[in-house]
Design a protein around this ligand. Structure first.
Ligand SMILES: [Zn+2]
Length: 391
């Protein structure tokens, strides 16, 4: 092993994983996923001067190998993705069994095989840079959207599960890895890849699957993993209309104690921004303040940090939230006024929401009670497995 041990430094070394090819795929125009989101995120990060900040670098990804895709996905599924991508004949029943249909969440599109390998490769590039000690934190905003992709099935816009593939690679380097998913949808695909394993701890905070995709066959607080993985899959569901204060409270109750007990070498976080109050696909009431607070906490909890994007269908808010995240990774406090160059291209005024952005006249007590019940259940079922007090 010729791994260099760089001198410790106060300066945080941070990488943004990006190339124009990461935002170019032939997804149908009416599809709700707008693949150019990372380009807008990068524009905001660049216009703040962050790409030229000390310790920050931009790195183009290498595509993942087919073998890397197979580390999480079934061989016949990978082959179906390849054939559909190249326009080859695939029996309709086979395509549907693997989650593909022209008018569903996962329409096949030309070139999707290579595109998906590139997205997974970008998350693997982030993982490799952090593992090798080249940087402390690396962010692939084009990744994470695949967190619903199952070992043998495309699901919820996800095809090759880049976060799971990177977690598997880090595990195979002999590391303890934890995954924290703050997307409004449960990270079911990543959980499924490791649900029977105690080598990877997965934690998902999400709007309850009783109300939202992917549905209540998983994602409830009672779903804690199986076999050797019992206690290593953690779900913290919230009621619709949950606000910043309740979401942050539950995060603090669950995530820091579990990470402290598990002692991961590297933490992978999925930073889906679709819990935002104005997001069109879900019903939480989070503002940029909740995201900024949690991201600062994750930075403290994860000195070696791989971050990926995720959902986020209010594109302007998603760009602001992920720029805040990258600023936190780089240790730079971004001014609130959006840079003029960015405003000229994309509009907007302020990076952060006004303090009362998502204020509702009355947060239902039932919303708070729902979160309290989730926290109680996780602490009762999961904490003892990690030697933690349930109190
Ligand atoms: Zn989502």
């Amino acid at each position: 092993m010729s791994q260099e041990n760089p001198a410790p430094s106060e300066q945080r070394r941070t990488a943004l994983i990006y190339s124009p090819a990461l935002v170019q795929a032939a997804l149908p125009a009416q599809h709700p996923l707008k693949l150019d989101r990372p380009a807008q995120v990068r524009a905001l990060i660049e216009s703040y001067g962050l790409l030229a900040a000390p310790g920050v670098r931009e790195v183009a990804p290498n595509p993942a190998t087919v073998a890397a895709a197979r580390s999480v996905h079934a061989t016949d599924y990978v082959e179906t993705v390849r054939r559909l991508s190249g326009g080859q004949q695939v029996p309709e029943m086979v395509a549907q069994r693997h989650g593909f249909s022209a008018f569903g969440d996962n329409p096949p599109y030309p070139g999707m095989f290579d595109f998906q390998l590139l997205v997974s490769g970008a998350t693997l590039t982030a993982a490799r840079l952090v593992h090798e000690g080249t940087v402390d934190a690396a962010f692939n905003p084009a990744g994470g959207i695949n967190h619903h992709a199952l070992p043998d099935q495309a699901s919820g816009f996800g095809i090759f599960n880049d976060a799971a593939i990177a977690l598997a690679w880090l595990r195979d380097q002999g590391l303890r890895v934890a995954y924290v998913d703050i997307d409004v949808h449960q990270g079911d695909g990543v959980e499924a890849a490791f649900v029977e394993s105690d080598e990877v701890l997965t934690i998902s905070l999400h709007e309850s699957t009783l109300f939202l995709f992917p549905g209540p066959q998983g994602g409830l607080a009672e779903h804690i993993g199986t076999g050797a993985g019992r206690g290593y899959a953690v779900n913290v569901p919230f009621a619709p209309y949950t606000d910043d204060a309740t979401w942050l409270w539950a995060f603090e109750e669950i995530v820091p104690p579990l990470l402290a007990a598990f002692q991961p070498d590297i933490v992978v976080t999925q930073l889906g921004a679709d819990g935002y109050y104005d997001d069109p696909l879900a019903h939480l009431r989070l503002t940029t303040h909740a995201y900024e607070t949690v991201i600062a906490r994750l930075r403290d909890l994860a000195p070696r940090w791989v971050a990926v994007g995720g959902g986020g269908y209010d594109i302007d808010a998603t760009a602001r939230i992920w720029a805040l995240a990258f600023g936190a990774m780089a240790g730079v406090e971004l001014p609130n006024k959006l840079p003029p160059g960015y405003v000229a291209a994309y509009g907007g005024k302020q990076l952060r929401d006004p303090p009362d952005a998502a204020q509702s006249a009355d947060t239902e007590p039932a919303v708070r009670e729902f979160a309290e019940a989730s926290v109680r259940t996780v602490r009762r079922l999961v904490f003892p497995i990690h030697g933690l007090s349930t109190a």
